[in-house]
Design a protein around this ligand. Sequence first.
Ligand SMILES: NC(=O)C1=CN([C@@H]2O[C@H](COP(=O)(O)OP(=O)(O)OC[C@H]3O[C@@H](n4cnc5c(N)ncnc54)[C@H](OP(=O)(O)O)[C@@H]3O)[C@@H](O)[C@H]2O)C=CC1
Ligand SMILES: O=C(O)C1=N[C@H](C(=O)O)C[C@H](O)C1
Length: 266
Amino acid sequence: MKIKVAIAGARGRMGSTAIEAIEAAKDAEVVAALDYKFGGLHLHNGAINEEKQGIPIFTSLAELCAAHQPAVLLDVTDPDAVFNNVKDALSLGVHPVVGTSGLTKQELEAIFKMVETTHVGGIIAPNFSIGAVLMMKFAAQAARYLGDVEILEMHHDRKLDAPSGTAVKTAEMIKENRPPHIQGHPEEQVHLEGARGGDVEGMKIHSVRLPGLLAHQQVLLGGEGELLTIRHDSFDRKSFMPGIMMAIREVIGRKDLVYGLENIID
Ligand SMILES: NC(=O)C1=CN([C@@H]2O[C@H](COP(=O)(O)OP(=O)(O)OC[C@H]3O[C@@H](n4cnc5c(N)ncnc54)[C@H](OP(=O)(O)O)[C@@H]3O)[C@@H](O)[C@H]2O)C=CC1
Ligand SMILES: O=C(O)C1=N[C@H](C(=O)O)C[C@H](O)C1
């Protein structure tokens, strides 16, 4: 039996690439799309149609579930939509796989609590690319020895949130190995607001948004007389698809919440 997947954000850049990846897999299928508009219509080859051809669109997850019984809800929407979608999924017994970035700390904590009470497992992956996950792991490992760190994340200019979910997760992973401390000159004078970027326990995060970019990150780790640069580039949204498929296959057997793909790859 194929894993039935519903997608929230199916009309978007990630959603449309994910539809192709899921439909190409032998063991999964897209049964419906969750949207905030176009309910009752269908999505076919990336376009909305009224011909009942393609993926049916619902504006209520309860109605979508009654009609199609998905095992998984893949959410690739936006920071304002994701929390309610995950809440609805958990209450309906549907496993959420979340790629959407921009969840607040409070929302993340609330999701952990909901999973604990519902026992419906979920996966939240700030980055589905295996290369990006390795970049984060290597950076966390390196910070054990080189504790002065600046993260430079660079994305396309259609991105809503800053810093990226990947940069936030990278900083969280590095924090495990890096004691909090001030970096740079202790009496540093900043003459242009934001020039030194965001601050996480003294570590800096800088966000670049430009047309032409997709998703890129450099972690710079400085030591006396040396610099280690760990860089990852996603040039195509296909880079996220193996991780999405891995998460879909994994989540149906989970009763806990996995935050970060590094927790399910060796
Ligand atoms: N974890 C990872 O590896 C990756 C995560 N991302 C994240 O995925 C998210 C989507 O990225 P991307 O595809 O580029 O963005 P897009 O803007 O292309 O797609 C988002 C889609 O979600 C739709 N949408 C908004 N609100 C809702 C809702 N309530 N229900 C259903 N659909 C909704 C939007 O519709 P409309 O435009 O009409 O408002 C849009 O079609 C972002 O948060 C991004 O950061 C991206 C790449 C990789
Ligand atoms: O918006 C994007 O494109 C991406 N968002 C995710 C993030 O915020 O880290 C993952 C990837 O970087 C692409």
